[in-house]
Design a binder for this molecule. Structure first.
Ligand code: DGY
Length: 322
């Protein structure tokens, strides 16, 4: 066997079986994530960790886990890993890109459509008996055909959202730091994008530069009829500024799949607003996608335990040190 792996939650059975064929596997079997203490205890016995975005892996934890040499995060985002701390300790880390692109782009569209066409309000109105008759102005929303979609962060998921937008007859503009191109997408400076878009959707990674990227000033640039969707990371959009913009009608609606604190506390004022659709971080939540993510994380753990380069390494500079 190649070593000992701490898997911080139950994941796809077949993927776990593949891992168990080559390594000793400890699985955290509870529904809720291991506490910091339990995570540290599991890591202290392990050569590799297979983690989720709910597990914070940093220097303090790794100092108590000196045998760990691989951390495979079962997510595309890896802001839960203190990457510099890992690299410094010669630990290679990986994510699971590509396999969740379509699922996340689809869910983004579910939120765009739901927020633009007021599906949450409609569902609640019907259940509350507020649907009295067909009325010319009852729950009228935003026309998407002919409208402009503004994509903040044109990576894999942003580009997949753009491809779908063309099917809805939308014009697509995007802002990305690195100015990549995609068919039928025009680059715009961020402030110009915000001012011109009817729908703004967030797809950049959470980094020091993107934390608070969309604050009160940026929201104030948006059209009062505009919709904001975030399926990336909550911290990119300032929570209080968004709350204020939605409550005052400064923007029309929002669709959110991610929150500063997850699960979203039930006393968060967002829950009191009619014009926001709230989902419990479902971007990649399809059966097939989650199985593919688990298998990719396993591939990375096995490569690391074999002393090979991780196929989806997110800190390749570590190989200059090893
Ligand atoms: C990710 O992969 O980063 C998502 O947030 C969960 O799939």
């Amino acid at each position: 066997l190649l070593g000992r792996v701490f898997v911080t939650r139950r994941i796809d059975k077949a993927a776990l079986g593949r891992l168990a064929a080559h390594a000793t596997v400890d699985v955290w079997r509870e529904r809720l994530p291991p506490s910091r203490e339990m995570l540290s205890e599991g890591a202290a016995r392990a050569d590799a960790l297979l983690t989720l975005l709910t597990d914070r892996i940093d220097g303090a934890l790794l100092d108590r886990a000196p045998t760990v040499r691989v951390v495979a995060n079962m997510a595309s985002g890896y802001d839960n890993l203190a990457l510099a701390d890992l690299t410094e300790r010669r630990i290679a880390a990986s994510n699971t890109p590509d396999v969740l692109t379509d699922a996340t782009a689809d869910l983004t569209w579910a939120l765009i459509l739901a927020a633009a066409r007021r599906l949450g309000e409609g569902d609640r109105a019907l259940r509350a008996g507020a649907w009295r008759t067909w009325e010319p102005d009852f729950l009228t929303g935003l026309d998407l055909c002919g409208a402009t979609l503004g994509i903040v962060g044109l990576g894999r998921i942003g580009a997949a959202v753009a491809r779908r937008a063309h099917g809805f007859g939308m014009r697509v503009v995007a802002w990305s730091r690195t100015r990549p191109t995609a068919p039928g997408v025009d680059w715009r400076p961020l402030h110009e994008l915000l001012a011109g878009a009817d729908v703004v959707t967030i797809h950049c990674a959470l980094t020091a530069e993107t934390t608070g990227l969309i604050g009160a000033r940026e929201l104030a640039l948006m059209k009062p009829t505009a919709v904001l969707v975030n399926t990336a990371r909550a911290e990119i959009v300032d929570h209080d500024a968004l709350l204020g913009a939605l409550a005052s009608g400064r923007i029309a609606a929002a669709g959110l799949d991610v929150f500063d604190t997850e699960p979203l506390p039930l006393d968060d004022p967002l829950l009191g607003l009619p014009n926001v659709i709230l989902l419990p971080h479902l971007g990649s939540a399809t059966v097939g996608t989650r199985a593919r993510m688990a298998n990719i994380a396993v591939d990375n753990v096995l490569a690391g335990l074999r002393g090979e380069r991780l196929p989806n390494c997110v800190n390749p500079e570590v190989y200059d040190l090893i």
